[in-house]
Design a protein around this ligand. Sequence first.
Ligand code: BGC
Length: 440
Amino acid sequence: MTELRFPAGFLWGTSTSPHQVEGNNANNDWWRWEQQPGRIRDASRSGDAAGWWAGAAEADLALAAAHHQSAHRLGVEWSRIEPHPGRFDEAAVDRYRAILTEARRLGLSTMVALNHFTLPLWAADAGAWTWRRLPARFESYARFCADRLGDLVDRWITFNEPGVLALAGYGARLWPPGLGRPDLMFAAMARMIMAHARARDAIRQRRPDAPVGLVFNMPLFEAHRPRHPLDRLAARLEDHAFNDLMLRALKTGTLPFPLARTPTRVRGLAGAFDFLGLNYYGRFASRFALMADTPISRHAQSPTTRTDWTDWGQPCPRGLTLQLLRLGKLGKPLFVTENGLFEDGDDRRPSFIVQHVRAVADAIALGADVRGYFFWTLVDNFEWAEGWSTPFGLFELDRDTGERRPRRSAHLYARICRDNGLSTETLDDFADALHDDTEG
Ligand code: BGC
């Protein structure tokens, strides 16, 4: 097979999020949630997480750089930076400056998210994303971060996966604030989109050249029975609610129903993003059913990656190509900001990586302007309501000793980063997996 090289300057990295790696984020809504019995599937807690706040960040970033990665996507934790409304913590700023400075020194381009699901307790107690004033608070936090960290940040992300947070925490009761109210799910999405526009504006006022984007998790929804009209309807509605509504709002500047009761124009929203990040894990096969996995469907994909609590869908590389092409129509640069697989060992992950990197190459060949790929994740970390039982890392974390052990995937991904794509050797090694990935 002929090698697949990516464009010069293409970024290769991994993604992390503050609450999942830092440890002891005791001042946010997730920490409080973890202390409540029954909230985390394996009853574990984030605890010290991967030890980043206490000092492990630098060594992990060095590991990434030594494995030929050229970028890292991380986040800053609002509850550390602004532990009380309007009171910012200089020590937290210093710690983030140290981490980001080290990333730069190691030659890693930095992509920094302002929000990756968590909220400071004061914001959670005021109503989380149902609180009308939260977008204004988010704006002031974004302005502060741009002022104090902006010289070390190459790209900003306002929100990671507003749709997932709205679904799990507002529509369902799986995550904080645990409301279980579909109407509030749409209200939360709307509020985060408005907060995004305000934050982007604030960052750009301080740093006119800083690219600011946001990240969507966009699974592929397809009819389980391809010709069945009700399955097709279910897939279309799920895609509309989960993938389409917020994109539409960003594109047109108007919140469509049901993000607002009647279509509502938001000042400064139309086109208010400089790039988009796509988090992609797989495909759902929607089979029409009332009040099953969703109000209108049961997810019937097979094989699937599902735990008792979370349905990540079926790995489906072709869906990554399709979603990149779809986002590409918005005319801005794209990044794959997450893509990965949980498993205890490392049997399927290597093929998964090669198949999905090829899917990105396909999207580029078909015209999508993809500038980077960030694997989820570098080192095993705290996986939200799943706790520690669903490891996603290139490196296995020994939680007793703190030791990082490379999985086979770590070496493979290093080779891909070094070669800026899939060499003939890599393609040959995975020829069978690449042949198989066309089904699904
Ligand atoms: C989230 C990550 C999470 C990953 C795997 C994404 O939805 O952004 O925080 O760990 O998926 O579930």
